[in-house]
Design a binder for this molecule. Sequence first.
Ligand SMILES: *Cc1c(COP(=O)(O)O)cnc(C)c1O
Length: 389
Amino acid sequence: MTNWDKRTKAVHAGIRRSAYGEVSEAIFLTQGFVYDSAEAAEARFIEAGEDEFIYARYGNPTVRMFEERIAALEGAEDAFATASGMAAVNGALMSLLKAGDHVVSSRALFGSCLYILEDLCPRFGIEVSFVDGTDLAAWEAAIRPDTAAVFFESVSNPTLQVIDIEAVSALAHAVSAVVICDNVFATPAFSRAIEQGADVVIYSATKHIDGQGRALGGVILGTREAIRKTVEPYMKHTGGSMSPFTAWMLLKGLETMELRVRAQADTALALARALEADGVRVIYPGLASHPQQALAMAQTGSGGTVLSIDTGSRGAAFRFLNALKIFTISNNLGDAKSIATHPATTTHQRLPDDQKAVLGITPGLVRLSIGLEASDDLLGDLRQALAAR
Ligand SMILES: *Cc1c(COP(=O)(O)O)cnc(C)c1O
């Protein structure tokens, strides 16, 4: 299985068939598991075997299938599935760090990630230094001999800054710091984060892995040692585990993810090019106008499924959003449906204006998550809404 292509792994990896030999993965909607005897219960609590489960908060056959499938796709030794992407970010940071530790993080983060690093970590005695993630000299200056971990979104939400995973990992590993990479925008379809140096990779499965707007989910990937010895005890005792029903949806999502994500990224590139030619200010890592196009291409081979445009002002952004007919105003991304978001007043509303300015979250910025609709229909919709600004 290890030499199968990603597409084959996406369909077959991790499958566990029950005695009925079902073709499609079964949903084991059970929170507990029966033991043959008191002795068997005791033995399982001492050490559970590969196919032995105790309680769904600890693990469940459907959830295990999802974990093994995504670990195979990502090229990670193991994975722990979580209730949401944020349960994964929180679980990775809280299980790997302790009071007195020092972390260096890129500043351009999703609002909830920023809350954990900026508000929560310091409350528990974890010191966090923020840097401009695109500036390698800033990483080098901030990483200290006692730095325990570095954290970044490999492509930042919503300004699409690209972090050089290989270069930042080399700086972190020089002081034995753990590299934790929130890889949502890269998607498991384009990611090579582990071979590029990340030790722990996190996804919000809510995004491209489900890809159809149905479920919240997340996953933490890493070495077997890190996942089973450090992450699992924290997650299973604090309750952020994934439900079996969600795991089943996400397993089916993984089967079609690469086809969906490639189609979405192709449309995103076509739209980014067309809008830029129309004179719109477009931020998209696949465009020559993006300062890190070469890095984005070397790192993932794609500009991804999300682009941002600057409509000029908050008023123009609202008029544009309200004029859209195919794009829905929402805050998910990676969905089959194209979605438009105004970060300044929604996902990043909490940030003070000076921080928004530092991150490039201007009043007119609109994030566009490109779905599976026909490219020409989407372009027509964007053009008529831009004209209505
Ligand atoms: C959405 C998102 C998350 C959080 O995921 P949820 O599933 O919504 O909890 C974390 N990081 C990034 C970069 C995201 O886009």
